[in-house]
Design a protein around this ligand. Sequence first.
Ligand code: GLP
Length: 256
Amino acid sequence: MKITITKTEQEFDQVAAWRIISQLLARPAAVIGLSTGQTTIGMHRVVSEIHARYPFDVSQVTFFNVDELTNLPRSYAGSCYTMIYRQLVGPLGVPEENFIMPPTLSDDFVAEAALFERRLAERGGADLQMLGIGMNGHIGINQPGTPFGSDTWVSPMDPDFEARVRRETQVPDDVVLGGLTRGIKNIMQTRKIVLVAKGAHKAEIVEKAILGPVTMDIPASVIQLHPECEVLLDAAAASPDVVKAAGPSVAKVAKR
Ligand code: GLP
């Protein structure tokens, strides 16, 4: 596992943006998985800015998000579809048929989960997953305790996040909210994973996930088993032990 630590948040956004762009330049028909949340807003903005100044071909790329909320309208500003559309797909002008997402509303999410995977498989499977990490170590919406062999499914949300979504959407209490998320198995089948985290609040969970034991209690710890995995952090998210484990890659980035 390669660990890259950037000096600042701005540098983090730039390095992360270049991970996406490099994949796109290396393979214009790449299938790229994204994550929503505070961590990725900046990198998506930088990708859009670079594209606006130096347009690169996005006509063949496939984008998808690792997860999507269920049982609320897709037009909700916090739906993954809307967030990624506004942050990246829209600004880049990626053809809508190349933005693969499950619906937020359905009578049969089991079928939707299978269809989502089928559509990604038809395009050759995911090349790259930019993967966020939750404060409890979740990846996608796979909460602690999720079996590593899990297939794309509807998972409960963590309670704080669910409370926020309920406040913002006024979804009635009797409607069950959840998240359709790629399973841990599917995430691990991605050819390359870049786990991204920034901010001091993430330092403890990042350290546990990448230096601690591989355990279902911390879903993100599974990435230690991935052969092509990079952990990209800003300085605030890197604990002293993580800095030590990163070794010379710290200096390489800091010297830029
Ligand atoms: C949510 C998303 C995850 C994301 C995580 C981290 O749970 N479903 O995919 O990785 O939040 O979010 P943030 O970057 O805001 O900390």
